[in-house]
Design a protein around this ligand. Structure first.
Ligand code: TXA
Ligand code: MG
Length: 323
């Protein structure tokens, strides 16, 4: 069932059921984080490996303190600037948080999402929501209620419809487990924005995506292959690949360019004005749409490595990897 009834969503969650919630980044598949059974349901519904921990969502910093969490100074500073918003903080876990949420690790990821319906919902419950993106593990994340319905419709008790997600890529994840804060995932808040508030931040190593993108328990869940499309996707300068696919039907995901070599109807431009925020918002919906076309291969441009361009490149790169 789908609708905008926050109380209905609350009732379902109180009963231990799964509810899809809108956020400014992507839709989440939510359950009561304090109810281990309900959280198990998330892993099952997504077919998610048990070693991949979940982010907990709430509507205020004060509540995190009430749940026994210790909040580092720099996290508080960032939260002051960017929360509610597309940023997730990895901090030491407290006993209140069930082990299943953190996949047995001693750290928990917390976020205050910025969506009016979900903030209203969070204010009406006395527990945090564990919520991964509302897609089957490994696939493209949903940015509207219909995407959720298509992939997870039979797994959720209710889809709270909050329209199209404003940011369109997931939250930035930053870890506070070491002295120097460390980026774990590029997302809706850029590293430039983060550095402007807290200074030194350890970046994700360039060209060693695989190192942090593996399922090693040190940086759990930054799974390499992700955001998979049905069709092969190649991430790089499309022109370089035309000759290899000369007899194939090629689709293109571009920032602003149109390629004369390819029929216009097989090309998607994410932002004619070359605005990276606007491009990020379109990205997942475009990947889904192109995947329904009668084509052989998707060529996706490399975006400028700045601002949300980093998150776009990260998602496209992972979509391009083989199992
Ligand atoms: O924007 C978002 O963050 C969305 C919305 C729904 O809030 N959520 C989301 O969740 O993207 P998910 O589960 O699809 O991705 C969360 C990522 C995973 O890669 C997971 O491994 C990582 O966060 N993560 C969660 N808890 C962690 C922890 N304790 N330590 C390190 N990484 C963690
Ligand atoms: Mg996800």
């Amino acid at each position: 069932m789908v609708g905008t009834d926050v109380d209905k969503a609350v009732d379902c969650l109180n009963e231990g059921l799964l509810v899809a919630i809108p956020t400014e980044t992507v839709y989440g598949l939510a359950a009561n984080a304090f109810d281990a059974n309900a959280v198990t349901g998330i892993y099952k519904a997504k077919n998610r490996p048990q070693f991949n921990p979940l982010i907990i969502h709430t509507n205020s910093i004060e509540r995190l303190l009430n749940w026994g969490l210790q909040l580092p100074e720099k996290m508080l500073l960032l939260a002051k600037h960017f929360s509610p918003g597309p940023i997730t903080f990895v901090i030491p876990k407290s006993d209140t948080i069930p082990d299943i949420v953190t996949a047995g690790t001693h750290a928990v990821a917390v976020r205050i999402p910025d969506h009016p319906l979900t903030l209203e919902l969070l204010a009406k419950i006395d527990y945090p929501l564990a919520a991964p993106s509302a897609n089957p593990s490994g696939f493209v994340s949903p940015t509207n209620a219909w995407h959720v319905h298509e992939q997870m419709g039979d797994k959720v008790a209710y889809i709270l419809n909050g329209g199209v997600s404003r940011v369109g890529v997931e939250s930035t994840i930053i870890s506070f487990l070491n002295d120097t804060p460390k980026l774990l995932r590029y997302g809706g808040i850029s590293i430039e924005q983060i550095r402007s508030v807290i200074g030194e931040v350890e970046d994700i190593p360039a060209h060693s995506g695989e190192q942090i993108l593996t399922d090693n328990p040190v940086a759990p869940g930054q799974l390499a292959r992700h955001y998979a499309t049905k069709h092969q996707l190649i991430h790089g300068d499309p022109k370089k690949y035309f000759q290899y696919f000369a007899s194939d039907r090629i689709a293109i995901i571009a920032f602003s360019s149109i390629y004369a070599e390819i029929p216009a109807r097989l090309q998607k431009v994410l932002s004619p004005e070359r605005n990276l925020d606007a491009a990020a918002q379109q990205l997942f919906a475009v990947m889904r749409e192109i995947d329904t076309w009668d084509i052989d291969v998707i060529l996706a441009e490399k975006f400028p490595d700045e601002g949300l361009g980093r998150a776009i490149n990260d998602r496209l790169k992972r979509a391009s990897l083989k199992d």
